[in-house]
Design a protein around this ligand. Sequence first.
Ligand code: MN
Length: 367
Amino acid sequence: MGIQQIEVYTAAMRYEEPFTIAAGTSTKTCNVIVRVLTDYEIYGWGEASPSKRVTGETTETVIEALDKICPKLIGKCPLRIESDVEIMDQVISGNPAAKAAIDIALHDVLGKTARKPLFRILGGYRTEVLTDITLGIKSPKEMAQNAKKALDKGFKALKIKVGVDVDEDVERIRLVREVAGNDIQLRVDANQGWTPKQAMEALNKISRYNIQLAEQPVPSEDIEGLKNVKKNSPVPIMADESVHTPADALRLVREGAVDMMNIKLMKCGGILKAKKIAAVAEAAGMPCMIGCMSESSIGIAAATHLAGAVKNIQYADLDSDILLKDKITTEGGVPLVNSVRKFTNGHGLGIETVDTEFLGKPLRIYK
Ligand code: MN
């Protein structure tokens, strides 16, 4: 089996409404979609959702990286994913979102070749995945209203964005817990927005609202700060921006800097590397979350299959496709039923129909 052709598309998608976190506001995302075709009439879909803030990537850098990577993969076996990823890493360092697009497409091919849903051949631990929905930063009152709307839609877990001002952040969480009642899981994410001192104050004040975990309270490079916050926090601390690669995960374990880790395909370079992070964390007794960064249904399907496969991925924040107004797929993926992603019997990622009109003509074709 060989890779015969790789097509690269760009897809600009608008958010349903402006989405604000401690680091800024987004109104749209411009992602890169790839289709990897093989000589077996099987093809796979992949997606890169670059984040300048998190990995330094943009739509342009993803395309430039793919310009270097794709020619080297033509003729290679799509099922030798470990070897194909090695080739990508030899061609260019970094550029994890660009590499994730290819990695995801290769895993789609793997599943389709085996004629099984991808999660079943990656480990098949669980058959459905509970996801939260994220409440972007607004006034505490507006966030409580948005929480109510999410609960009405059936969500059982909410991720509350904070990291602006301690008193206001505490108020956000108090009001959301009031609306949610006791049975809804609440997580918070400061996206590096607090100082260690602010984080300790905020976390001690919000612990009474039964908060499951707090993501990235302090800047990513402040490992000492993370450690200090962890030591003084009644709420478990999860690394997000501080963990990109399996080596980062090992460092955080060695430093004892966090209690948990948030894996994202766009930070680590795809499913293969994500499994390695989950394994490092598992060996250290740290549970993982799988998160997202503005992926459409293709990237979200990949992350959900991984979450279904791997025991140590105990939490999921896989909601970006529903926050986007523009949709790439019209059928398939891993549909959301209330708060739960339920796998279909579709092979690979389960993507059935892609809106080719929306996608337009490929920007590049490598063969
Ligand atoms: Mn986060």
